[in-house]
Write a protein that binds this ligand. Structure first.
Ligand SMILES: O=C(O)CCC(=O)C(=O)O
Length: 305
Protein backbone atom coordinates (compact mmCIF):
# COMPACT_ATOMS: atom_id res chain seq x y z
CA UNK A 1 0.00 0.00 0.00
CA UNK A 2 1.48 3.41 -0.89
CA UNK A 3 1.97 5.81 2.01
CA UNK A 4 -0.66 8.11 0.54
CA UNK A 5 -3.28 5.40 0.24
CA UNK A 6 -2.61 4.11 3.70
CA UNK A 7 -2.97 7.63 5.00
CA UNK A 8 -6.24 8.21 3.25
CA UNK A 9 -7.43 5.06 4.89
CA UNK A 10 -6.17 6.22 8.27
CA UNK A 11 -7.77 9.59 7.97
CA UNK A 12 -11.03 7.71 7.77
CA UNK A 13 -10.77 7.16 11.50
CA UNK A 14 -11.59 10.77 12.21
CA UNK A 15 -14.79 10.92 10.23
CA UNK A 16 -18.16 9.42 11.12
CA UNK A 17 -18.21 7.26 8.00
CA UNK A 18 -15.21 5.39 9.30
CA UNK A 19 -15.75 1.68 8.85
CA UNK A 20 -12.51 -0.22 9.25
CA UNK A 21 -12.20 -1.48 12.84
CA UNK A 22 -8.61 -2.65 12.40
CA UNK A 23 -7.45 0.89 11.74
CA UNK A 24 -8.62 2.26 15.03
CA UNK A 25 -7.58 0.08 17.90
CA UNK A 26 -9.48 2.07 20.45
CA UNK A 27 -11.23 5.39 20.62
CA UNK A 28 -12.45 7.59 23.41
CA UNK A 29 -13.74 11.03 22.49
CA UNK A 30 -11.05 12.71 20.45
CA UNK A 31 -8.37 10.19 21.19
CA UNK A 32 -7.32 7.21 19.08
CA UNK A 33 -4.45 4.93 18.11
CA UNK A 34 -3.33 4.58 14.52
CA UNK A 35 -1.39 1.99 12.59
CA UNK A 36 -0.21 2.18 8.94
CA UNK A 37 0.79 5.77 9.63
CA UNK A 38 3.78 5.69 7.24
CA UNK A 39 6.38 6.20 10.00
CA UNK A 40 8.80 3.26 9.53
CA UNK A 41 8.81 0.78 12.44
CA UNK A 42 12.61 1.07 12.58
CA UNK A 43 12.31 4.81 13.27
CA UNK A 44 10.00 4.01 16.22
CA UNK A 45 12.35 1.35 17.56
CA UNK A 46 15.38 3.63 17.18
CA UNK A 47 13.86 6.52 19.13
CA UNK A 48 12.78 4.20 21.97
CA UNK A 49 16.32 2.80 22.14
CA UNK A 50 17.80 6.30 22.04
CA UNK A 51 15.56 7.26 24.98
CA UNK A 52 16.90 4.35 27.05
CA UNK A 53 20.42 5.36 25.99
CA UNK A 54 19.99 8.93 27.21
CA UNK A 55 18.55 7.92 30.58
CA UNK A 56 21.30 5.33 31.06
CA UNK A 57 23.91 8.14 30.99
CA UNK A 58 25.65 9.01 34.25
CA UNK A 59 23.75 11.48 36.45
CA UNK A 60 26.34 14.23 35.89
CA UNK A 61 26.11 13.85 32.10
CA UNK A 62 22.33 14.22 32.18
CA UNK A 63 22.52 17.07 34.66
CA UNK A 64 24.29 19.31 32.12
CA UNK A 65 20.88 19.59 30.40
CA UNK A 66 18.95 20.51 33.57
CA UNK A 67 17.15 23.85 33.83
CA UNK A 68 19.79 25.28 36.14
CA UNK A 69 22.77 24.68 33.86
CA UNK A 70 21.53 23.90 30.33
CA UNK A 71 23.11 26.44 27.96
CA UNK A 72 19.84 26.60 25.98
CA UNK A 73 16.14 26.76 26.83
CA UNK A 74 15.52 24.40 23.93
CA UNK A 75 16.96 21.41 25.80
CA UNK A 76 15.65 20.63 29.23
CA UNK A 77 16.23 17.56 31.43
CA UNK A 78 14.14 17.25 34.57
CA UNK A 79 11.98 15.24 36.92
CA UNK A 80 8.21 15.36 37.45
CA UNK A 81 6.16 18.22 35.92
CA UNK A 82 6.17 21.44 37.98
CA UNK A 83 8.12 20.41 41.10
CA UNK A 84 7.77 23.88 42.65
CA UNK A 85 3.96 23.56 42.61
CA UNK A 86 3.54 19.88 43.42
CA UNK A 87 2.78 18.35 46.83
CA UNK A 88 4.34 15.07 45.67
CA UNK A 89 6.59 14.58 42.67
CA UNK A 90 5.51 12.49 39.71
CA UNK A 91 7.61 9.38 39.09
CA UNK A 92 9.00 10.49 35.74
CA UNK A 93 12.19 11.94 34.28
CA UNK A 94 12.13 13.66 30.93
CA UNK A 95 14.26 15.27 28.28
CA UNK A 96 12.32 17.98 26.50
CA UNK A 97 13.59 19.14 23.09
CA UNK A 98 12.16 22.23 21.45
CA UNK A 99 12.63 22.24 17.67
CA UNK A 100 13.97 25.41 16.11
CA UNK A 101 15.84 24.08 13.06
CA UNK A 102 17.83 21.04 12.03
CA UNK A 103 21.08 22.92 12.53
CA UNK A 104 20.13 24.10 16.00
CA UNK A 105 19.02 20.58 16.99
CA UNK A 106 22.23 19.07 15.66
CA UNK A 107 24.26 21.60 17.62
CA UNK A 108 22.42 21.48 20.95
CA UNK A 109 20.43 18.24 21.41
CA UNK A 110 22.29 15.43 23.25
CA UNK A 111 24.33 13.37 20.79
CA UNK A 112 23.10 9.99 22.10
CA UNK A 113 19.54 10.67 20.95
CA UNK A 114 19.37 13.71 18.64
CA UNK A 115 19.39 11.88 15.28
CA UNK A 116 16.69 9.45 16.34
CA UNK A 117 14.48 12.15 17.91
CA UNK A 118 14.79 14.34 14.82
CA UNK A 119 14.05 11.45 12.49
CA UNK A 120 10.90 10.53 14.45
CA UNK A 121 9.73 14.16 14.25
CA UNK A 122 10.39 14.40 10.55
CA UNK A 123 8.83 11.09 9.61
CA UNK A 124 5.72 11.89 11.65
CA UNK A 125 5.06 15.19 9.96
CA UNK A 126 3.27 13.66 6.99
CA UNK A 127 0.65 11.84 9.06
CA UNK A 128 0.24 14.82 11.39
CA UNK A 129 -0.54 17.15 8.48
CA UNK A 130 -3.05 14.69 7.01
CA UNK A 131 -4.76 14.34 10.40
CA UNK A 132 -4.92 18.10 10.86
CA UNK A 133 -6.29 18.54 7.34
CA UNK A 134 -9.04 16.03 8.08
CA UNK A 135 -9.82 17.60 11.46
CA UNK A 136 -9.93 21.06 9.85
CA UNK A 137 -12.25 19.94 7.06
CA UNK A 138 -14.85 19.10 9.68
CA UNK A 139 -14.54 22.68 10.92
CA UNK A 140 -15.19 24.06 7.46
CA UNK A 141 -11.51 24.97 6.95
CA UNK A 142 -10.91 23.74 3.42
CA UNK A 143 -7.25 24.52 2.97
CA UNK A 144 -4.31 24.13 5.32
CA UNK A 145 -2.47 27.14 3.87
CA UNK A 146 0.76 28.49 5.32
CA UNK A 147 -0.96 30.76 7.84
CA UNK A 148 -3.20 27.97 9.14
CA UNK A 149 -0.31 25.55 9.23
CA UNK A 150 1.73 27.99 11.31
CA UNK A 151 -1.23 28.56 13.62
CA UNK A 152 -1.75 24.83 14.18
CA UNK A 153 1.79 23.52 14.16
CA UNK A 154 4.16 26.47 14.03
CA UNK A 155 6.12 25.15 16.97
CA UNK A 156 7.11 21.60 17.82
CA UNK A 157 8.46 19.88 20.86
CA UNK A 158 9.49 16.27 21.38
CA UNK A 159 9.82 14.80 24.87
CA UNK A 160 11.67 11.65 25.81
CA UNK A 161 9.91 10.35 28.93
CA UNK A 162 11.41 7.81 31.28
CA UNK A 163 9.41 6.17 34.09
CA UNK A 164 11.87 4.27 36.29
CA UNK A 165 10.74 1.23 38.25
CA UNK A 166 8.92 2.52 41.30
CA UNK A 167 9.32 0.66 44.64
CA UNK A 168 5.85 1.79 45.83
CA UNK A 169 3.77 2.41 42.70
CA UNK A 170 0.54 2.63 44.68
CA UNK A 171 1.84 5.71 46.53
CA UNK A 172 2.47 7.90 43.50
CA UNK A 173 1.75 8.42 39.80
CA UNK A 174 3.83 8.41 36.61
CA UNK A 175 2.00 11.48 35.30
CA UNK A 176 -0.97 13.13 36.96
CA UNK A 177 -4.25 13.69 35.14
CA UNK A 178 -4.04 16.45 32.55
CA UNK A 179 -4.78 17.37 28.98
CA UNK A 180 -2.02 18.64 26.70
CA UNK A 181 -1.79 22.30 25.74
CA UNK A 182 -0.95 21.29 22.17
CA UNK A 183 -3.05 21.35 19.03
CA UNK A 184 -2.35 17.66 18.49
CA UNK A 185 -0.07 15.21 20.30
CA UNK A 186 1.39 12.11 18.68
CA UNK A 187 2.66 9.66 21.26
CA UNK A 188 4.81 6.60 20.91
CA UNK A 189 4.67 4.29 23.91
CA UNK A 190 6.62 1.09 24.51
CA UNK A 191 5.07 -2.30 25.32
CA UNK A 192 4.74 -1.82 29.08
CA UNK A 193 1.45 0.02 29.42
CA UNK A 194 0.12 2.35 32.10
CA UNK A 195 -1.43 5.15 30.03
CA UNK A 196 -5.10 5.81 30.81
CA UNK A 197 -7.52 8.20 29.10
CA UNK A 198 -10.71 9.55 30.56
CA UNK A 199 -13.88 8.59 28.79
CA UNK A 200 -16.02 11.64 28.20
CA UNK A 201 -19.31 9.71 28.29
CA UNK A 202 -19.17 8.27 31.80
CA UNK A 203 -16.02 9.66 33.44
CA UNK A 204 -14.37 6.26 33.69
CA UNK A 205 -10.71 5.68 32.83
CA UNK A 206 -9.70 3.30 30.09
CA UNK A 207 -6.31 1.74 29.65
CA UNK A 208 -4.57 2.37 26.32
CA UNK A 209 -3.11 -1.03 25.56
CA UNK A 210 0.28 -0.90 23.85
CA UNK A 211 -0.15 -1.97 20.22
CA UNK A 212 3.07 -2.76 18.38
CA UNK A 213 3.86 -0.15 15.71
CA UNK A 214 0.98 2.15 16.66
CA UNK A 215 0.92 5.84 17.50
CA UNK A 216 -1.48 7.35 20.00
CA UNK A 217 -3.12 10.56 18.82
CA UNK A 218 -4.82 12.95 21.12
CA UNK A 219 -6.30 16.36 20.75
CA UNK A 220 -4.95 19.14 22.92
CA UNK A 221 -6.45 22.25 24.51
CA UNK A 222 -5.37 24.56 21.66
CA UNK A 223 -7.56 22.64 19.23
CA UNK A 224 -10.44 22.53 21.71
CA UNK A 225 -10.25 26.33 21.87
CA UNK A 226 -9.84 26.85 18.11
CA UNK A 227 -12.71 24.48 17.35
CA UNK A 228 -14.90 26.34 19.90
CA UNK A 229 -15.30 23.09 21.84
CA UNK A 230 -16.30 20.87 18.91
CA UNK A 231 -13.15 18.86 19.55
CA UNK A 232 -12.34 18.07 23.15
CA UNK A 233 -8.84 17.73 24.54
CA UNK A 234 -8.35 14.39 26.19
CA UNK A 235 -7.58 14.00 29.85
CA UNK A 236 -4.98 11.33 30.48
CA UNK A 237 -2.63 10.03 33.16
CA UNK A 238 0.07 7.41 33.59
CA UNK A 239 0.44 5.00 36.51
CA UNK A 240 3.79 4.26 38.12
CA UNK A 241 4.89 0.65 37.83
CA UNK A 242 6.89 -1.63 40.09
CA UNK A 243 8.47 -4.00 37.63
CA UNK A 244 9.80 -2.31 34.48
CA UNK A 245 11.32 0.97 33.26
CA UNK A 246 8.85 2.48 30.79
CA UNK A 247 9.55 5.00 28.01
CA UNK A 248 7.20 7.12 25.96
CA UNK A 249 7.89 9.77 23.33
CA UNK A 250 5.25 12.45 22.66
CA UNK A 251 5.55 14.99 19.86
CA UNK A 252 3.56 18.12 20.68
CA UNK A 253 2.39 20.19 17.71
CA UNK A 254 1.71 23.65 19.07
CA UNK A 255 0.85 27.17 17.94
CA UNK A 256 3.86 29.50 18.14
CA UNK A 257 4.21 31.24 21.54
CA UNK A 258 3.48 34.62 19.90
CA UNK A 259 0.25 33.38 18.30
CA UNK A 260 -3.12 34.62 19.60
CA UNK A 261 -5.55 31.71 19.63
CA UNK A 262 -9.32 31.63 19.87
CA UNK A 263 -12.27 30.05 18.04
CA UNK A 264 -11.48 29.98 14.30
CA UNK A 265 -13.46 32.43 12.13
CA UNK A 266 -14.67 29.48 9.99
CA UNK A 267 -16.24 27.92 13.09
CA UNK A 268 -18.14 30.92 14.33
CA UNK A 269 -18.97 32.58 11.00
CA UNK A 270 -22.48 31.13 10.98
CA UNK A 271 -23.38 32.79 14.24
CA UNK A 272 -22.10 30.20 16.71
CA UNK A 273 -21.43 31.87 20.06
CA UNK A 274 -17.69 31.87 20.93
CA UNK A 275 -17.06 29.83 24.08
CA UNK A 276 -13.43 30.90 24.39
CA UNK A 277 -11.71 34.26 24.35
CA UNK A 278 -8.62 35.18 22.33
CA UNK A 279 -5.50 34.31 24.35
CA UNK A 280 -1.81 34.73 23.74
CA UNK A 281 -0.56 31.18 23.44
CA UNK A 282 2.55 31.83 25.57
CA UNK A 283 0.28 33.08 28.40
CA UNK A 284 -1.76 29.89 28.15
CA UNK A 285 1.37 27.72 28.34
CA UNK A 286 2.77 29.73 31.27
CA UNK A 287 -0.47 29.21 33.16
CA UNK A 288 -0.29 25.44 32.51
CA UNK A 289 3.26 25.14 33.85
CA UNK A 290 2.63 27.32 36.92
CA UNK A 291 0.47 24.66 38.58
CA UNK A 292 0.59 20.95 39.27
CA UNK A 293 -1.33 18.73 36.85
CA UNK A 294 -5.02 19.30 37.55
CA UNK A 295 -7.10 17.49 34.97
CA UNK A 296 -8.68 19.80 32.43
CA UNK A 297 -8.67 22.96 34.53
CA UNK A 298 -6.20 24.83 32.30
CA UNK A 299 -8.76 25.24 29.54
CA UNK A 300 -10.92 27.31 31.91
CA UNK A 301 -8.25 30.01 31.53
CA UNK A 302 -9.58 30.69 28.06
CA UNK A 303 -13.28 30.06 28.72
CA UNK A 304 -15.69 32.98 28.44
CA UNK A 305 -17.97 33.49 31.40
O1 LIG B 1 3.76 8.49 28.89
C1 LIG B 1 2.65 8.59 28.39
O2 LIG B 1 2.06 7.62 27.92
C2 LIG B 1 1.95 9.93 28.38
C3 LIG B 1 2.88 11.09 28.61
C4 LIG B 1 2.20 12.38 28.84
O3 LIG B 1 1.03 12.45 29.10
C5 LIG B 1 2.97 13.63 28.71
O4 LIG B 1 4.20 13.57 28.52
O5 LIG B 1 2.35 14.71 28.80
Amino acid sequence: MSPYRSLTWQIGITIPRWQNPSAMQQRSGDFFQIVNHSVPIQVLEDVKEATHRFFALKAEEKRQYSKEVSPTNNVRYGTSFSPQAEKALEWKDYLSLFYVSDDEATASWPSVCKDQALEFMKKSEFVIKRLLEALMRRLNVKDLDETKELLLMGSKRINLNYYPICPNPELTVGVGRHSDVSTLTVLLQDDIGGLYVRKIADDSWIHVPPVAGSLVINIGDALQIMSNGRYKSIEHRVTANGSKNRVSIPIFMNPRPSEVIGPLPEVIERGEKPEYRQVLYSDYVKYFFKKAHDGKDTVEFAKIG
